[in-house]
Design a protein. Structure first.
Length: 568
């Protein structure tokens, strides 16, 4: 995206100006970069209508550079500076403790210009001997590189950092230095991965508030600090922006910093069309404040219903909010059962008793144990006979268990679309999830035919992790989802939303499409241990992001109603 490209260029120019000791230029570029990347307004449109200067921090000089970049594809001053500093600032700046001046010192002394050359310098211990560095900073740089290589350029799974961030919020709240607090950004939208954290607060004592925040155990170091915003590196490797607002602006700040960019662009256009102006401080008509302290009032003043954060992706939610046709999203607290779990009998780590105990302790009313079938050898899938004896174990546990246990299977869809267990075994099962794990080919038609045949068998209830993607390591299978959704609709087969973080499958945009076919969904944690049961919460988040109401999610039924629904 053009905004991001230009913001990155201005960030680098700020770094290079800083090296050359031109503090004010550096600050100006930094400011322009920040407002270009967060404002999100389409630069091309602003450029065409001659309104680039409307962007905060864009004056004559920066406007000229944006124009050059759009018209000629380059900025002369940037190219000229880059020739002097052929350094990958963007990556190196992500390392804790490395500012432009230190980067430049490493560059002149040791030729460090990116992560690779830095690693080489670390390997031959040449950094500790440099002036301004030392044993300690060499060691902390080594750690920083490790963190960067693990996560740096990538985003982190929401599930992985969720509790920790909630904990930070609690600590801040307990300080009684803040009247209100909110974690905004993609965290609030419950996106399955997050790139950084945005914390907003109201405080009558901002100085103290900031000091308290930076002294938290979770904060590894300060990246930058100014009166309205401070940026820190958290110990978990994420960057975190912390901003303090006045009560009057807090709703506007929540709206602005929750995003998404695309949603906000659309909202600002609506404001303009009504002769108003929306920014992180409020909604204004001329000099008059229309709304600011409360998010819902801002939406209302724009003629819209308040929109749940999970929906803010500019995927039709604004139009629906205008027509008062937003869905009533399924609530996190409405989920009564988990419909995808494993035990130690296949590739899980906990026993049936432990899984049931943990599910009961977490407040669930029922759980389906869906171990793998024999075709999945890497997971020690059970044979027909194996399932028969496992099912007897479930029967006897059901007699004393406080929650209902359903006999399930995660059944292999074989190469020709046939199923991995005998009909007589399948008839014993309460809940059959079918899954594609092996033999997937590059041809969408072939893969789709396999899945559609399984759906049409009359023997499966739900299709597990339909796309097969593993975030960060495997692309989605090639499949024709229109045909799959049609087949599900026709055969009354459900679609799973798998909450295992790497899977997060079906992805929310496909959930939204599937919803239009009137298909029902089953949520599953795909637990391989008791601690994975929490994935159900994140499956629910995907359901909400995919516009699902309570009626579309099978897991909201009580155990008896669920039993009736799956009976064949
Ligand atoms: Zn699976
Ligand atoms: Zn599974």
């Amino acid at each position: 995206m053009l905004n991001d490209e230009l913001a990155a260029i201005f960030e680098e120019m700020a770094d290079m100006e800083e090296i050359e000791g031109r503090k004010w230029q550096s600050i100006a570029y930094r400011k322009a970069a920040a407002s270009i990347s967060t404002a999100g307004g389409n630069l091309i449109d602003l450029y065409r209508s001659g309104r680039l200067r409307d962007i905060d921090g864009v004056g004559e000089a920066i406007e000229a550079k944006i124009r050059d970049y759009i018209e000629k594809g380059k900025i002369e001053k940037y190219d000229e500076m880059k020739a002097r500093y052929p350094i990958d600032f963007a990556s190196l700046r992500k390392l804790q403790g490395l500012g432009p001046k230190k980067i430049y010192a490493l560059f002149t002394a040791l030729g460090v210009k990116d992560i690779e050359t830095l690693k080489a310098a670390l390997n031959d211990h040449s950094i500790s001997g440099l002036q301004g560095f030392g044993e300690k900073s060499e060691e902390s740089l080594r750690k920083a590189v490790e963190v960067f290589e693990k996560y740096g350029a990538n985003r982190r799974f929401l599930a992985e950092i969720y509790d920790e961030i909630q904990e930070i919020k609690k600590k801040l709240a307990k300080s009684s230095l803040f009247e209100d607090l909110e974690i905004a950004g993609s965290f609030r939208r419950m996106r399955e991965t997050v790139g950084d954290i945005d914390i907003l607060g109201i405080s009558s004592n901002p100085e103290k508030g900031r000091e308290f925040f930076t002294n938290l155990d979770d904060v590894a170091g300060i990246i930058s600090s100014g009166p309205s915003k401070m940026t820190v590196r958290l110990k978990n490797g994420l960057t975190c922006d912390f901003r303090i607002f006045a009560r009057d602006s807090f709703g506007a700040a929540m709206q602005y910093f929750t995003g998404s960019k695309e949603h906000n662009v659309q909202l600002r256009e609506i404001a303009i069309s009504k002769g108003m102006k929306l920014n992180e401080y409020g909604l204004y008509e001329g000099d008059r404040v229309k709304a600011g302290s409360d998010e819902a009032t801002i939406y209302r003043a724009l003629g819209l219903e308040w929109i749940e954060p999970e929906l803010r992706e500019n995927m039709g939610e604004i139009e629906a909010a205008g027509a008062k046709r937003l869905p009533r999203l399924v609530e996190y607290g409405s989920i009564r059962g988990d419909l995808h779990t494993h035990t130690v009998d296949t590739d899980g780590r906990n026993t049936l008793e432990q899984m049931v105990g943990a599910a009961s302790a977490s407040g669930l009313e029922y759980i389906a144990i869906t171990n793998h079938s024999k075709g999945l050898k890497v997971a020690k899938g059970l044979t027909d006979e194996g399932f028969r004896s496992f099912n007897r174990k479930i029967d006897s546990m059901n007699e004393k268990s406080s929650i209902r246990i359903f006999k399930g299977v995660e059944l292999e869809i074989l190469k020709d679309g046939s199923l991995d267990l005998d009909d007589s075994t399948l008839q014993e099962m309460d809940f059959v999830l079918a899954a594609l794990h092996q033999g997937v080919v590059g041809d969408a038609n072939e893969n789709t035919a396999r899945v559609v045949k399984a759906i049409g068998s009359g023997k499966i209830h739900s299709l597990a992790h339909p796309t097969g993607r593993l975030i960060g390591s495997r692309e989605a299978y090639r499949l024709n989802f229109e045909r799959i959704f049609e087949a599900c609709k026709e055969n009354q087969v459900f679609i799973e939303i798998n909450g295992y973080p790497e899977r997060s499958d079906l992805p929310f945009d496909l959930v939204k499409k599937a919803r239009e076919y009137g298909i029902l969904f089953t949520l599953g944690s795909d637990s391989h241990s008791t601690k994975d049961l929490r994935n159900l919460h994140f499956a629910t988040a995907i359901a909400r992001r995919g516009w699902l109401d309570k009626e579309s999610v099978v897991n909201t039924l009580n155990a008896d109603h669920f039993t009736n629904l799956i009976r064949r």
